[in-house]
Design a protein around this ligand. Structure first.
Ligand code: PRP
Ligand code: ADE
Length: 177
């Protein structure tokens, strides 16, 4: 049954060669969101992964922008807080900052100062791990706040790029390419 759900999800992800730049094979999760039964399966698989661990998180951190489509739903299902990590210049007030390299470009991530307490347990959720720079920068932000990262969860992992080697936390992906 688990494999059926994963095969169905994989069949929905669309692939686009040379987007948004030459040489990049873009994996698009949006068709999953157009299929409510598949979208439910995806959320269930992530919630089941989190609940299978001895320690439950206090906070789900979601990554701008496509991580925001998944992370708040997971947080609501667990009855815990959602905290956003955003691209630079989008969050008000005091922020913590970290810069990182992308498969196609460079960027800076920010999180609101004080949005995570030092003793809290965090699970990070995003749509895709490519080079791992984004997830690894998010880990650095959460660690700056002295919180504990239980796990970093992604819908898709591009395994050939070996992004998980950069991520200083256990990594779980639902779909591998
Ligand atoms: C994409 C994707 C991940 C990140 C993965 O986001 O949603 O967050 O790249 O790449 P990496 O593992 O090489 O860091 P992108 O920055 O394109 O922004 P978006 O979510 O706003 O589309
Ligand atoms: N973000 C970084 N690399 C990506 C890819 N190949 N497909 C979709 N999103 C991405």
């Amino acid at each position: 049954v688990q494999l059926d759900r994963i095969e169905k999800l994989k069949s929905l992800v669309s692939t686009h060669q040379n987007f948004p730049k030459p040489g990049v094979t873009f994996r698009n999760i949006f068709p999953i969101l157009q299929d409510p039964s598949a979208f439910t399966d995806l959320i269930n698989l992530i919630v089941e992964e989190i609940k299978s661990k001895p320690q439950l998180p206090d906070i789900i951190v979601g990554l701008d922008a496509r991580g925001f489509l998944i992370a708040p739903i997971v947080a609501l299902r667990l009855g815990i807080a959602f905290v956003p990590v955003r691209k630079a210049g989008k969050l008000p007030g005091n922020v913590e900052q970290v810069s990182y390299k992308l498969e196609y470009g460079e960027d800076t991530l920010e999180i609101e100062t004080g949005s995570i307490k030092p003793d809290q347990n965090v699970v990070i959720v995003d749509d895709l791990i490519a080079l791992g720079g984004t997830a690894s920068a998010a880990c650095r932000l959460v660690r700056k706040m002295s919180a504990t990262i239980l796990e970093c969860i992604s819908v898709i992992e591009l395994v050939a790029l070996n992004g998980r080697r950069k991520i200083d936390a256990p990594v779980f992906s639902v779909l591998q390419y």
